[in-house]
Design a protein around this ligand. Structure first.
Ligand SMILES: [Zn+2]
Length: 240
């Protein structure tokens, strides 16, 4: 590594695994460093933010970002993606069409949340489509014995929720917005509330009791927190 996690303002969660909390919407971006391959998880809310993540990730990893996983099609997680156009992009099956057909809504939603309209316009115009659609689970080999699991555990927060599991000590689970710590989980018009608790059951099954769970927004939590949030969502939406 050319800079340390501390120097860069990123939080190290396990060896070679970190996350950064982006300004304004407190959206998480994750980083997994392999050997000759580097995975970024989510791309920030604008082209400038995506470029910042690319630069910081490269400095941390000592290698360019080769893979990008998008956890779901919300503006604060995807609008920086075009700044990482050289990466192989992964998303839950259907994410590509959701992004292609939902451009106007994506732009409107970003502006509603306070993003500058021109910044939103530029990012939506440049938006890239994921090349790799994950249904079920997909193992990604990042070299040096580093394998991560991309798992389509949704729908829940959206119809296209992808999580990333990184074996290690601790195992790290990037949850996207299926889990939020800094506020109530956000259920917009594109949420699938009836399936959300089941998505969290699957997430807990895959991650286990000892994993560090990195929410889409907020501090790293444990399995007990995720289970409690699952039960609260089930009660909120009237599903078991
Ligand atoms: Zn979201």
């Amino acid at each position: 590594m050319t800079v340390t996690w501390e120097e860069s303002g990123w939080e190290q969660v396990a060896a070679g695994v970190g996350r950064c909390r982006l300004p304004v919407w407190d959206c998480t971006a994750g980083l997994v460093v392999g050997e000759g391959a580097v995975l970024l998880i989510d791309a920030g809310s604008s082209l400038a933010e995506g470029a910042r993540l690319r630069t910081e990730a490269q400095a941390l990893a000592g290698h360019r970002v080769t893979h990008l996983a998008l956890t779901h099609p919300h503006f604060d997680h995807v609008l920086g993606a075009a700044a990482l156009a050289g990466a192989e992009v992964y998303g839950a099956v259907g994410l590509d069409t959701a992004l292609a057909h939902g451009r106007d809504e994506l732009r409107a939603d970003a502006v509603r949340h306070g993003l500058d309209p021109h910044v939103a316009e530029d990012a939506v115009d440049a938006l890239i489509r994921p090349r790799h659609a994950v249904c079920g689970e997909w193992t990604l080999d990042l070299g040096g014995g580093r394998q991560v699991l991309l798992a389509n555990v949704g729908p829940g927060h959206t119809a296209h929720d992808l999580v990333v599991l990184v074996p290690g000590d601790p195992e790290v689970v990037f949850c996207g917005d299926l889990v939020e710590e800094s506020g109530e989980p956000q259920a917009g018009p594109d949420a699938v509330p009836s399936h959300w608790p089941a998505a969290l059951d699957r997430l807990l099954e895959l991650g286990g009791e000892d994993a560090a769970y990195v929410p889409g927004h907020g501090a790293v939590v444990d399995a007990a927190f995720v289970r409690a949030q699952r039960d609260a969502l089930a009660a909120r939406f009237g599903v078991s």
